[in-house]
Design a protein around this ligand. Structure first.
Ligand SMILES: NC(=O)c1ccc[n+]([C@@H]2O[C@H](COP(=O)([O-])OP(=O)(O)OC[C@H]3O[C@@H](n4cnc5c(N)ncnc54)[C@H](O)[C@@H]3O)[C@@H](O)[C@H]2O)c1
Length: 267
């Protein structure tokens, strides 16, 4: 990080710059993962765009390249260990290292608890929680080698501990609460290696995942009643936090949980 004097001389132009940094974003073909990838690339990181659909990842890579950035697309289902190992190997082969992991891939299925099946539960936990564990486990050896790393886990305001429950989302809430606990514990263990681990809790963000809220007037009204800013968040309003946590400017933040929710949890 620059000293204050160096920063003043540089006009702080280097703040949040990720030049020479290599970032993996999971679930990056669309929604917030896509904007995380685009904004990381805009900050000059080399980005690995991964998701279950390679063609859609390639489209995001094309957008990045068109804007002068550097990126590759890798197909990776986070419930498949072989895919994750391949993603890590391809990243190291192409860019030589891994500095940043954005664990973002997730699903959100609204289903009342009494109708929930074991398969529903397992699918959500496998993608939303075990997927984060597997991806972190796969990149940490590379980060330890260089004594530097940033792991950013996308949780949710539906992660518990805030006195707010979410109807029809027991399995989702359990997975997101697990992510926050995982983040706090992992931060302790990786601090000696200069690897920070933080969680971001988005509120209601305008992505395909939240489409059902947008199209259901009752659900939309109920959400707006809870949100002081009276609108859904834009994906890039969360991606700005990702870039901050990925940058050297966040070097003293670890084991934390940062909320971007338009005030939802304040009401
Ligand atoms: N949209 C919201 O309101 C909101 C709020 C809080 C948290 N989140 C979280 O933000 C993250 C991104 O969600 P989004 O809103 O952009 O939704 P989205 O549905 O647009 O994106 C999720 C992405 O994850 C990918 N994915 C799903 N299963 C996968 C798997 N097995 N392997 C790899 N990728 C997989 C999907 O293909 C998709 O591209 C998720 O973790 C979600 O839980 C979203």
């Amino acid at each position: 990080m620059l000293s204050v004097q160096e920063g003043l001389q540089a006009g702080y132009s280097n703040m949040f710059n990720l030049n020479e940094k290599v970032a993996i974003v999971t679930g990056a073909r669309r929604g917030m993962g896509r904007t995380h990838a685009l904004l990381l690339a805009q900050a000059e990181a080399k980005v690995v765009v991964s998701d279950i659909d390679l063609k859609e990842c390639e489209q995001v890579v094309a957008e990045i390249k068109k804007a002068g950035g550097e990126a590759i697309a890798v197909k990776c289902d986070v419930t498949n260990k072989k895919d994750i190992d391949n993603m890590v190997a391809k990243t190291v082969e192409q860019f030589g290292k891994i500095d940043i992991l954005v664990n973002n891939a997730g699903i959100c299925q609204f289903k009342p608890f009494i109708d929930l099946t074991d398969d529903d539960w397992d699918k959500t936990i496998d993608i939303n929680l075990r997927g984060y564990y597997w991806c972190a486990k796969a990149v940490v050896p590379e980060m330890i080698k260089q004594k530097y790393g940033r792991i950013i886990n996308i949780a949710s305001i539906a992660a518990g501990q805030v006195g707010v429950g979410f109807q029809g989302l027991t399995h989702y809430c359990a997975s997101k609460g697990g992510i926050v606990a995982f983040t706090e514990a992992l931060a302790l263990e990786l601090a000696p290696y200069n690897i920070t681990v933080n969680a971001i809790a988005p509120g209601v963000i305008d992505t395909p995942m939240a489409a059902s809220i947008k199209t259901d007037p009752k659900a939309y009204e109920a959400s707006m009643a809870r949100i002081p800013l009276k609108r859904m968040g834009k994906p890039e309003e969360v991606s700005g936090l990702v870039v901050f946590l990925a940058s050297d400017e966040s070097s003293y933040i670890t084991g934390d949980f940062i909320v971007a929710d338009g005030g939802y949890l304040s009401t």
